[in-house]
Structures are given as C-alpha cells and as structure tokens.
Write a protein that binds this ligand. Structure first.
Ligand code: ADP
Length: 188
C-alpha cells in the first residue's frame, strides 16, 4: 500500500503519517524530516536549503526529489509507504508521475487532511513552544500557509481529476482522524 498525505502546515501530516505507516505496516517518509536531517548534518544539500526553509519557501523540485526518491524506492521494496509533504505543487506531481510509473512506485491513494484555516496557526504556534522549529514563528508560518494556498492546494483538484483523492476531516482528535483515514484506505 502506497499513500500520499497532503495538507496545509499544521494539518497533522507528520503525526498521522507516523501512526498510519505503523498501522499499515509500511514505512513513513516525511519530506520535511529528510530536509531537516540534511540541515542538521550541514551537508551540501542542507547548506543549500537552510535559508529557504527558514523563510518558509519551497526548496527546488530536483533537490527534494533527489532526497525523496531513494527513500520511496526502498520503502516500496519493503512493502509500501506513507509519504507526507511530497509532492507539494503540481509541477512536482507531474515531475514524479512518469518516473514513479516506470519504477512501480505510484501511490494507490492520496489523502487530503482538511483542517479549518483558522485552526492551523494556533496548532503550529502551540507546537512551536515545545519543538523549536526554525520555521514556526508567526511571520514564517503565515508565509508557509500562503505558499500552501498558492502552490500546494491545486493538488487537490489535480488528484481529484485522477480519481485517487480522498478528503478527511482532520479537525478532530488524532485518533479520530487516524480511524477516518484507515477506513478510507481499507475501502480503497
Ligand atoms: P509543514 O507542512 O508543517 O510546513 P514540513 O516538515 O512538511 O512542514 O516542511 C517544512 C519545510 O520543508 C517546508 O516549508 C519547505 O521549506 C520544505 N519542504 C518540505 N517538503 C517540500 C517539498 N515537497 N518541496 C519543496 N520544499 C519542501
């Protein structure tokens, strides 16, 4: 089973991704975590993306693809993936389509975690108090939400058109959202 999780910042992609992957017995891949690991190691990629991430901008398509692709290949080899945070724009989705088809990596389902916009900032600022992510300041979060609306939200129509989109109400408690996603995944 291969699942893509998309949703705005603060929608719970990372949290749901980890739990869902565990319940489905597949690997969890988080695009943002792969990038943050590069930044922490101060690798050449990490040095290249650090400032972009801190500003809340998307990193270049080929950089994120280069990080995500090996992880996805390995996950498929081991039974599947829940991938959160990629793709994040229609160009990224298109870039990946032929590639994932020819490599047998294509997602079975795309789950959109739908959360009321006014809820998102509050969730992220609450998390910021404990996690201390460099991009969780109010100003940067506002920019990330704007990047989501402009670049990422068109993916909803894109995947709906392809017949693979499932929308989940993600306003409720974590376990309730997990159950809703699992029900959809089981239905296929
Ligand atoms: P959130 O969804 O809360 O913004 P993520 O951890 O998914 O958190 O992403 C953090 C940052 O990593 C993004 O703001 C962006 O800079 C970068 N990033 C993650 N995924 C991608 C992607 N697919 N394309 C470009 N940049 C990305």
């Amino acid at each position: 089973m291969n699942v893509l999780l998309i949703g705005p910042p603060g929608s719970g992609k990372g949290t749901q991704g980890a739990v869902l992957a565990q319940r489905l017995g597949v690997l969890h891949i988080a695009a943002g975590d792969l990038l943050r690991a590069e930044v922490e190691q101060a690798s050449p990629v990490g040095r290249r993306v650090q400032a972009m991430m801190a500003r809340g901008e998307l990193v270049p398509d080929l950089i994120i693809l280069a990080l995500v692709l090996p992880a996805v290949i390995q996950a498929v080899d081991q039974g599947g993936y829940v991938l959160d945070g990629y793709p994040r724009s229609v160009p990224q989705a298109e870039l990946t389509r032929d590639l994932s088809d020819s490599l047998g990596l294509r997602a079975d389902l795309v789950v959109y975690l739908d959360v009321a916009r006014e809820e998102l900032m509050a969730r992220i600022l609450a998390r910021a108090a404990t996690e201390g992510r460099a991009d969780d300041t109010e100003e940067v979060v506002r920019h990330r939400l704007q990047v989501f609306e402009e670049a990422t939200s068109p993916l909803v129509a894109y995947y709906r058109e392809l017949g693979v989109l499932r929308v989940v109400d993600a306003n409720g408690p974590v376990e309730q959202v997990t159950q809703a996603v699992l029900a959809l995944v089981e239905r296929g």
